[in-house]
Write a new protein. Structure first.
Length: 303
């Protein structure tokens, strides 16, 4: 007779196989149904490599130091400007943007110190230009942490020409501007860079109303963010009130240039007030609508 398996051996063979509630072992189909679903592994987020980050920082540092080696009013190289803008991680500005080139050219030829309303990547570029000229850049900033960061950066490169003043923002009727004692600022500025928007402390309205006594008779204004109708209209009317030429540049990102040093009789300015970048655009009626129309025509021609 065949000898039966021992009880201990059979218990060992069946110990690792679970049984269902009715005492039967589950089939393969049942085991697959009760198996845990596989969780799809999420890939790691794509991040810039350390080599890319170090490379950008190296180009930034080299560009600043090379730019500071030269003196005088010679223009900064395009590659330096781009490396500095890239170092800030700002993709809204490029070295060949009309506003960037116009601001740096105006700073190199300004008749006196420069006032910048709000700090940013242009602060470092302007400070370099002014230090090469042995002049000063005064920058107003309402964000304490950003003001401190800009001061630290200027100090790291010994850019004493750049002075960042921390000033809180406050509403003044129809505009917002900085709470700053103008007596601590230079008596006259030869160039002012600001935004057109009156909902920010960087607006033109605050400059002309709060710092009129600190503006040179030959001061030049560069005003960005002039896409809002009210802001553009205010800039145009104020330029006319001081008999200064008003020029709107750059279709993609319009900015205004108001040159008080080129003042003339109002009658003589009528012909000059044609906006050079738009060709046939004339005195505002309203100005913003004409700019929009000219921008659309320009887009169609380029297409």
């Amino acid at each position: 007779m065949r000898r039966p398996a021992s009880t201990r051996a059979s218990a060992g063979r069946s110990a690792g196989k679970p049984k269902s509630r009715n005492g039967k072992r589950p089939s393969r189909t049942d085991s697959k149904a009760t198996a845990k679903p596989k969780v799809k592994k999420m890939g790691r987020p794509k991040m810039q490599s350390r080599r890319m980050t170090l490379g950008r920082e190296y180009r930034f540092d080299r560009a600043v130091r090379q730019a500071l080696k030269r003196t005088g009013t010679a223009p900064l190289k395009t590659e330096w400007i781009q490396a500095i803008l890239d170092g800030f991680g700002d993709t809204s500005l490029k070295a060949d943007d009309p506003y960037v080139t116009s601001a740096l050219t105006a700073a190199a030829n300004s008749e006196g110190p420069v006032l910048q309303c709000g700090s940013g990547p242009m602060t470092l570029l302007l400070a370099i230009v002014m230090q090469r000229r042995s002049e000063y850049l005064w920058c107003l900033e309402h964000n304490p942490s950003w003001a401190q960061s800009m001061r630290s950066l200027l100090k790291a490169y010994d850019l004493r020409a750049g002075q960042v003043i921390e000033a809180p923002a406050e509403a003044f009727g129809d505009h917002i501007w900085y709470v700053v004692d103008v007596r601590t600022l230079p008596k006259t500025f030869g160039l002012v860079l600001c935004d057109g928007s009156n909902v920010l402390p960087t607006g033109l309205r605050g400059v002309v109303r709060r710092m009129e006594q600190n503006l040179s008779e030959r001061c030049v204004f560069l005003v960005r963010n002039t896409k809002r109708p009210k802001d553009l209209d205010f800039a145009s009317k104020w330029a006319k009130s001081v008999s200064a030429p008003f020029v709107l540049n750059d279709v993609a990102d319009p900015f205004v240039k108001i040159s008080m040093r080129d003042r003339a009789a109002v009658e003589a300015l009528e012909a000059d007030r044609v906006l050079t970048i738009y060709g046939d655009v004339s005195e505002p009626e309203p100005l913003f609508a004409q700019v929009q129309q000219a921008t659309k025509l320009g887009a169609k021609r380029s297409a």
